[in-house]
Design a protein around this ligand. Structure first.
Ligand SMILES: Nc1ncnc2c1ncn2[C@@H]1O[C@H](COP(=O)(O)OP(=O)(O)O)[C@@H](O)[C@H]1O
Ligand SMILES: [Mg+2]
Length: 342
């Protein structure tokens, strides 16, 4: 099923974000380009500090304008988010693009009941009566697995547990059937059963409305379970992207191989039932965005660096040559930015 437009839901082109900090200019996002198709889920992975959150906050105009300089293009169903007026952006957030953060209190109003917040969201973008909106709100809370959804409508956010609050935020994000949903570590704090329930709901939304999803997570099990494609971020750049099979099974960039534990001395511990672990820690520290290395952004930590260009020349993101075996179906590009050829 596809969305209202034939093209991608989101098309990000050369997104750059600089932040003014006491230590100088932080180059947090450095030329990020990707697309999200209708009904498609793109998982964004990478260590803490790689610019994942800032890159999506920039899309929705949620960075403080005095601190952040954002350039590039980000077409949401053909309309550039980065060129929109603040008024237009406010209209678009909700029915156009919904976002769920790790901390639910950043999105909930502490002085309004849960019911009032969901009802207001529903009525801001659709012509429905208060009573119908309240019924729909209770339905949504039931769908995200809240026990006693009717009762929850009259509670204030602080009266709910953290997990309950997060489910309320997810219900609000799903309530307008957005064409783009951004989840930033949205289910990290929830137990696996609830997490699976939410993932089912998101998949249903995608099937019904062609919603494109950006899912930021460090949980490889979640990536393998929901992603169509994976984008690996490091130092504010995409160092590798491709289908979930290509990236998880045939990683081409040494950083991705490090995260997946497939570098020789970084074997990832596999759980007792064979479940996938969280991303592995790569030895060393990620670069400070105020002081990015020249050349390949990963070379100071790279266990296989060797090409003379590693330290001097930034490798472009290029298509990884296909092996002879194991590729079926449509040839979606698999790209990596490295001089070492894997
Ligand atoms: N408001 C801010 N002011 C200054 N630096 C920031 C701000 N927000 C994030 N950063 C810096 O930007 C970089 C990327 O952060 P972030 O996008 O949160 O990473 P991730 O989500 O991948 O963990 C980090 O180095 C972080 O310290
Ligand atoms: Mg983050």
């Amino acid at each position: 099923m596809s969305g209202s437009m034939a093209g991608p839901v989101l098309e990000v082109d050369d997104l750059r974000v600089q932040l003014r900090t006491p230590r100088g200019t932080a180059h947090v996002v450095n030329g990020l380009s990707y697309t999200v198709g209708p009904g498609e889920t793109v998982a964004v992975v990478g260590e803490s500090g790689s610019g994942k959150s800032v890159s999506v906050l920039a899309l929705l105009g949620l960075l403080p304008p005095r601190v952040a300089t954002v350039t590039g293009r980000a077409l949401l169903e053909g309309e550039d988010l980065l060129a929109m007026s603040p008024e237009r952006l406010r209209q678009v957030r909700g029915p156009g693009a919904g976002m769920v953060f790790q901390d639910p209190m950043t999105s909930l109003n502490p002085v309004l009941t849960v019911g009032k917040q969901i009802v207001e969201g529903l009525r801001a973008h659709a012509d429905v009566s208060k009573e119908a909106a309240r019924r729909r709100a209770a339905e949504l809370l039931a769908e995200v697995g809240l026990p006693d959804p009717e009762g929850a409508l009259d509670r204030y956010p602080h009266e709910l547990s953290g997990g309950m609050r997060q489910r309320v935020v997810i219900a609000i994000a799903l309530s307008n059937s957005p064409s783009l949903l951004i989840a930033d570590e949205a289910t990290t704090a929830l137990d696996v059963t609830v997490q699976a329930q939410i993932i089912d709901l998101v998949e249903k939304l995608q099937a019904d409305h062609g919603t494109g999803v950006i899912w930021i997570t460090h949980d490889l099990g979640v990536v393998a379970g929901i992603a169509d494609r994976v984008l690996v971020m490091y130092g504010g750049r995409c160092v590798e992207d491709g289908t979930v099979d290509d990236v998880l099974e045939r990683p081409a960039h040494p950083y991705t191989r490090g995260l997946l534990g497939s570098l020789p001395d970084l074997a990832a511990p596999v759980g007792p039932d064979g479940e996938l672990p969280d991303l592995t820690t790569v030895p060393g520290l990620p670069p400070a965005p105020t002081d990015l290395p020249t050349g390949c952004v990963f070379w100071p930590r790279c266990p296989v660096r060797g090409d003379a260009r590693c330290e001097t020349e930034q490798p472009p993101l290029v298509v990884v040559p296909r092996g002879q075996k194991g590729h079926f179906g449509p040839e979606l590009p698999h790209r990596a930015a490295t001089w070492c050829g894997g």
